[in-house]
Design a protein around this ligand. Structure first.
Ligand SMILES: Cc1cc2nc3c(=O)[nH]c(=O)nc-3n(C[C@H](O)[C@H](O)[C@H](O)COP(=O)(O)OP(=O)(O)OC[C@H]3O[C@@H](n4cnc5c(N)ncnc54)[C@H](O)[C@@H]3O)c2cc1C
Length: 322
């Protein structure tokens, strides 16, 4: 837009022969293309080989740029000051949804939140993602933010890390020395920290199919629509043939340094027939033992713990009215 205006101005003024303004418009043009070239040189990547090369040159001082919805705000606040930005947007084949023969779904790292929100394949194969997607920020952010970027950023209140843990996803990591796979449980290490090394990138997340007789649910409380939740819970419940809880995976966001797995809540459910009493016991166990929330200007630790209890009850009743 700015470049186009400069070109137009330059042509107009050259035609009417105003030498001085001709010179000024030439300067505008010169600096515009200089800046544009500078950004290109710093960001564009010509393929994965090029990405690994730049990563090995700069180590953790280089940052991969995906949707930019977490990285750019962090740079604005000088919380991140990378020596090099490596743009993943110019690399083809990192954004895809691939149905797997076993009923699972492979999601390429550069797949946008909005694709996950609207694609019928996701609704059919990974309904938990479909249920959570509309809660992520606003439409504009969902149009740019990526599945892989969110995983790599590993925000303790992030929706996709929570979903990946609830679904027991697997992570395909690529680097100059080849590729490796990690389970979600081993990928997220702590606050904003994953198992990714400086010379690696997250290429794909593999979502396994839900076991038979499984149901999913998601509940959260946020101060306003589009804000990060104060607390939330994603649940994957599997029933046995008699309708009792056979497996339960509850994962809490905003309730600790990273998404927290509700191990004690699951223990309270397993083998039980769904009832209000069983659900209340699981909610109590989650709030008491499974989470470790901090307090901030938005909510105290005690209030977040209270939310964990309420949301556990809500999600379990939503999945299976008792
Ligand atoms: C106002 C606002 C509200 C938001 N609300 C929510 C919310 O409610 N829930 C939620 O989950 N998120 C929320 N977000 C964050 C949003 O979902 C981001 O899109 C996401 O966290 C990061 O994805 P990205 O593609 O933008 O990554 P970027 O910002 O580009 O990158 C984030 C980090 O991940 C690294 N990275 C990116 N891609 C890869 C890769 N493939 N391999 C290795 N490293 C990589 C980058 O180097 C960087 O360190 C919000 C953001 C904003 C600005």
């Amino acid at each position: 837009m700015y470049g186009g205006t400069c070109v137009l101005l330059h042509l107009m003024l050259s035609t009417i022969g105003l030498a001085f303004w001709h010179f000024i418009s030439f300067l505008f043009l010169f600096f515009f293309f200089q800046a544009k070239d500078g950004i290109r040189g710093a960001q564009e990547s010509r393929g994965l080989g090029d990405v690994y090369k730049r990563q090995s040159q700069h180590g953790f001082d280089a940052k991969l740029l995906a949707g930019g919805q977490s990285l750019i705000p962090a740079m604005n606040f000088r919380l991140a000051q990378p020596a090099a930005l490596i743009d993943l947007n110019t690399i083809p084949d990192l954004a895809y949804l691939r149905p797997q023969a076993d009923g699972g779904l492979a999601v390429g790292a550069m797949t946008r939140h909005s694709t996950i929100e609207h694609d019928p394949l996701v609704a059919a194969r990974a309904p938990l993602l479909r249920a959570m997607a509309p809660h992520i920020a606003h439409a504009q952010i969902r149009n740019r933010g990526t599945f892989g970027g969110s995983m790599a950023h590993s925000d303790p209140a992030g929706h996709w890390p929570t979903a990946a843990l609830a679904l027991q996803a697997r992570f395909r990591i690529m680097g100059a020395s080849g590729e490796r796979w990690l389970d979600a449980d081993d990928f997220f290490l702590s606050l904003f920290t994953t198992a990714l090394q400086a010379d690696e990138l997250l290429a794909e997340v593999m979502l396994p199919p839900l076991p038979p007789r499984s149901r999913i649910g998601y509940q959260q409380v946020a101060r306003q629509h589009g804000a990060f939740p104060l607390a939330g819970v994603a649940a994957v419940i599997t029933l046995d043939e008699r309708g009792r809880y056979q497996a339960a995976r509850l994962v809490y966001l905003g309730a600790g340094e990273m998404p927290m797995i509700g191990a004690q809540a699951a223990k309270a459910l397993l083998g039980q027939a769904p009832s209000s009493g069983v659900i209340a016991a699981a909610a109590e166990a989650a709030a008491r033992y499974d989470v470790d929330p901090g307090g901030d200007i938005h909510a105290s630790a005690a209030y977040r713990r209270h939310l964990v209890k309420v949301l556990t009850r809500r999600v379990l009743h939503e999945i299976l009215p008792a």
